[in-house]
Design a protein around this ligand. Structure first.
Ligand SMILES: Nc1ncnc2c1ncn2[C@@H]1O[C@H](COP(=O)(O)OP(=O)(O)OP(=O)(O)O)[C@@H](O)[C@H]1O
Length: 581
C-alpha cells in the first residue's frame, strides 16, 4: 500500500501544480482530458485486467452526461442534485450488469460478442440522442446549465476533476491488491480454470464491466459540468474509439496508463489536428504499432524505468488461522453413472456408461487412447453435455450443469494439460485456490484473504522435493511443464474437495517426480478420506495407487475390479496394452 500512497501523492502534486506552472486556461484544457482519462481507466480495468474489450463506453459517458444536464437544468438544491447524480452512477453500473448478464451468462469466451454488442449499443445511443429532440435537444444538444454548486468552469471546477482523478486512481490501485482484483486478472488469463475453482465467471466479468460503466458515468457527469453542453457526439462511436486508442497507447495494464494516454494523446490531438493535416493518420499508425509491438503501452516503458524508485511488491504471507472452512458435505461421495451417453455432432463418445464408484478410495480409469476417459470426467464437471442417462452424487443430478457448480458440489478437477493462471505468480495461483469454496462475497475485499493458507497446503509446500517452494513469486508461465502439474494439483486440493478428478497427473514427470506425485495423491486421499477418480496410462502407477480400476473401451465400461482382477481379465488383455514409465 505504500506504493499507492507514493504514486497518488505524486499525481496529486503534479495535477495541483498545473494551474501554477501554466495558467488556469491550460488547466481547464487539461481538465477535459483528465475527465476522458477517468473513462479510459475504466476501459483499462476491463480490457487490461478482465481481458474484455468494450467498444461502447461512450454510451455510459453520454447517458450520464445527458442525465447530469437534465438534473442541473431542472432540479434545485445541491443536496438533491448530488443524490440524483449518485443515482445516475448506480444506474450506469446496473445497466452494465444487465447487459453483461445477457452476454456472459452461460457462455465462456464471449469477448468478441461483447465488443460487437457494445459497439452496436453505442451506435444506437448516438442515433437516439440525435433524434429524441424533446429530451436531448437533438443535434444541438442540451446547454444553458451551470456547474454543480456554481463552481467556476475555468477555475474551481478543475480541483473537482483532480479530486475525481485521484479517487479513481486510488480505488483502482487498491482494487488491484484485493482478492476481487486478483479474480478479475484470473478471468482474463484462464476462465475455464476459474470456473473449475467454483467461480461464476459471468459475475466476475459483469462486475468489471459495471465498474468501468460507473467510471465512464462519473466522467460523463464531470464532462457536462466542464463543457456546459452535451451533444450526441458525447455518446457516440468516435469518442468510444478514441477512449480505446488512448487506453491502448497509454497502457491498459497500469492504472495510470489510460490517464497518461488520454491527456497526452488527447491533448496533442486537439492541438495538432488543425495544424498537422496527417495527425489522424499518425495516430492510427501509433495505435497499430502499440498493439503489435508494445501491448503494455507507454505506461510499461515508464514503469520499467520508475520501478526501482517504488517500494518492492510485498510477497504474500500465508497463515492458516481464522480461515473459513470449505463446508463441503462430509456424507457419501460415490458417483453414480446410469446409462450415460455423450455425443459431439455425429461422434458417439460415451455409449451408455453404467458404473457406481466406491464411496472412498482411489479409482483408476484406464483404457486405450480415445476410449472416452477424459470425456467421462468432462461429463461430470459440465465440459460436455450429456445427451442420455444421468450422473448423480448423493442422489443429486450433477450432469449438464455449468462448470462452476462442480466445485460447489465438492468436486475438484485437474485437467489433462496442466491448467493454471500463467500470468499470475505461483503464490497468486494458490491464493485463488484457497478462496475457492471458502470466500464469502465480503472476503473478496479483504486484503488478508489473499494470505489464506491451510495445514494441507503448508504440508504439501514443505514436502521434501516439492518443486514450488522456491518459486512462489515467479509467474506460473516461467514454470516447467512438470512443475505446473504440481501447481495445478496444489490448487485443486487447496479447496479440499471430497471428490477429486485427476486427469493424467503424472504425464510429463520424471520418475522421481512421478513418485512424489503418487505419494501426494495418496496422502491427500488418506487425509480427506475422499474419493479420487484418476486417469492413468502407466500400469505401474495404477498398481501402486488404485483401490479399484475401471476400464473404458469405445465409450463403455469394459471391466471393473481390483488391479489384480483387471490384469487377469482376458477381455481387458485383449484391448488394453499399458506401458510403464
Ligand atoms: N468435443 C468433442 N468433439 C468431437 N469429438 C470429441 C470431443 N471430445 C472428445 N471427442 C472424441 O471422443 C473420443 C474420446 O476422447 P477422450 O479424450 O475422452 O478419450 P481418452 O480416453 O481420454 O483418450 P486419451 O487417453 O488419448 O486422452 C475421441 O475420439 C475424441 O476425439
Amino acid at each position: 500500500m505504500a506504493s499507492i500512497a507514493l504514486v497518488n501523492t505524486a499525481l496529486l502534486a503534479v495535477l495541483l501544480a498545473v494551474p501554477f506552472l501554466f495558467d488556469m486556461f491550460f488547466a481547464y484544457q487539461i481538465g477535459l482530458y483528465l475527465i476522458y482519462g477517468i473513462a479510459a481507466q475504466g476501459i483499462g480495468y476491463l480490457w487490461g485486467r478482465a481481458g474484455i474489450l468494450p467498444l461502447g463506453q461512450a454510451m455510459f459517458f453520454g447517458l450520464s452526461a445527458y442525465a447530469c444536464a437534465i438534473i442541473l437544468l431542472h432540479v434545485d438544491g445541491l443536496g438533491l442534485q448530488i443524490l440524483l447524480l449518485l443515482c445516475v452512477l448506480i444506474s450506469a453500473g446496473l445497466l452494465a450488469l444487465v447487459i453483461a448478464s445477457l452476454i456472459f451468462k452461460g457462455r465462456a469466451d464471449s469477448g468478441p460478442f461483447f465488443s460487437l454488442i457494445t459497439l452496436a449499443l453505442v451506435m444506437i445511443c448516438e442515433q437516439v440522442a440525435g433524434t429524441a429532440t424533446g429530451v436531448t435537444g437533438g443535434f444541438n444538444g442540451l446547454s444553458g446549465f451551470g456547474t454543480i454548486a456554481g463552481l467556476d468552469q475555468f477555475g474551481g471546477f478543475y480541483y473537482v476533476i483532480v479530486l475525481a482523478v485521484v479517487l479513481s486512481t486510488v480505488a483502482l490501485m487498491v482494487l488491484d491488491r484485493l482478492p476481487a482484483g486478483l479474480v478479475s486478472r484470473a478471468v482474463a488469463d484462464n476462465e475455464q480454470r476459474l470456473q473449475l475453482l467454483g467461480f461464476r465467471t459471468h459475475i466476475v466479468k459483469g462486475a468489471a464491466f459495471a465498474l468501468a460503466a460507473v467510471l465512464a458515468g462519473l466522467a460523463g457527469i464531470l464532462f457536462a459540468n466542464h463543457q456546459g453542453i452535451v451533444t450526441p457526439t458525447s455518446t457516440g462511436f468516435l469518442l468510444s474509439a478514441n477512449l480505446v486508442i488512448w487506453t491502448a497507447v497509454g497502457g491498459r495494464y497500469h492504472v495510470l496508463g489510460p490517464l497518461l494516454g488520454a491527456v497526452l494523446i488527447g491533448y496533442l490531438s486537439s492541438e495538432l489536428r488543425d495544424s498537422f493535416l496527417y495527425w489522424e493518420v499518425l495516430l492510427a499508425c501509433l495505435f497499430i504499432l502499440v498493439v503489435l509491438k508494445a501491448p503494455g503501452g507507454l505506461a510499461d516503458l515508464v514503469s520499467a524505468s520508475l520501478s526501482r524508485f517504488l517500494p518492492a511488491k510485498t510477497a504474500i504471507v500465508r497463515q492458516s488461522d481464522n480461515v473459513p472452512p470449505t463446508g463441503f458435505d462430509g456424507g457419501a461421495k460415490a458417483v453414480r453413472f446410469d446409462g450415460v451417453r455423450v455425443r459431439a455432432g455425429r461422434v458417439r463418445i460415451l455409449n451408455g456408461v453404467d458404473y457406481t464408484t466406491p464411496d472412498k478410495g482411489i479409482v483408476c480409469i484406464i483404457g486405450p487412447n480415445g476410449a472416452g476417459k477424459t470425456s467421462l470426467l468432462n461429463s461430470i464437471t459440465g465440459g460436455l453435455p450429456v445427451s442420455g442417462g444421468s450422473i448423480s452424487l448423493r442422489g443429486e443430478t450433477i450432469a449438464n450443469r455449468p462448470p462452476h457448480m462442480a466445485l460447489r458440489s465438492g468436486i475438484g478437477r485437474k485437467l489433462q494439460v496442466p491448467s493454471v493462471f500463467q500470468s499470475l505468480t505461483v503464490s497468486e495461483n494458490l491464493s485463488l485456490a484457497m478462496l475457492a469454496g471458502r470466500a464469502a462475497p465480503g472476503d473478496f475485499f479483504l486484503p488478508s484473504a489473499l494470505g489464506w493458507g491451510s495445514g494441507q497446503l503448508d504440508e504439501m509446500l514443505s514436502t521434501r522435493g516439492f518443486p514450488l517452494a522456491e518459486t512462489l513469486d515467479d509467474p506460473a508461465s516461467a514454470l516447467a511443464q512438470g512443475h505446473r502439474q504440481f501447481l495445478e494439483l496444489a490448487m485443486t486440493i487447496a479447496a479440499e474437495p471430497p471428490v477429486l478428478l485427476l486427469d493424467e497427473p503424472c504425464a510429463g514427470l520424471s520418475p522421481d517426480e512421478t513418485h512424489l506425485m503418487t505419494r501426494l495423491v495418496k496422502r491427500f486421499q488418506e487425509q480427506n478420506d475422499g474419493l479420487i477418480l484418476l486417469i492413468e496410462h502407466d500400469m505401474s502407477i495404477v498398481k501402486s495407487l488404485s483401490n479399484q480400476v475401471m476400464v473404458l473401451h469405445q465409450g463403455e465400461v469394459l471391466a471393473q475390479g481390483t488391479y489384480e482382477e483387471i490384469s487377469a481379465n482376458p477381455a481387458v488383455q485383449n484391448v488394453y496394452s499399458g506401458g510403464t514409465k
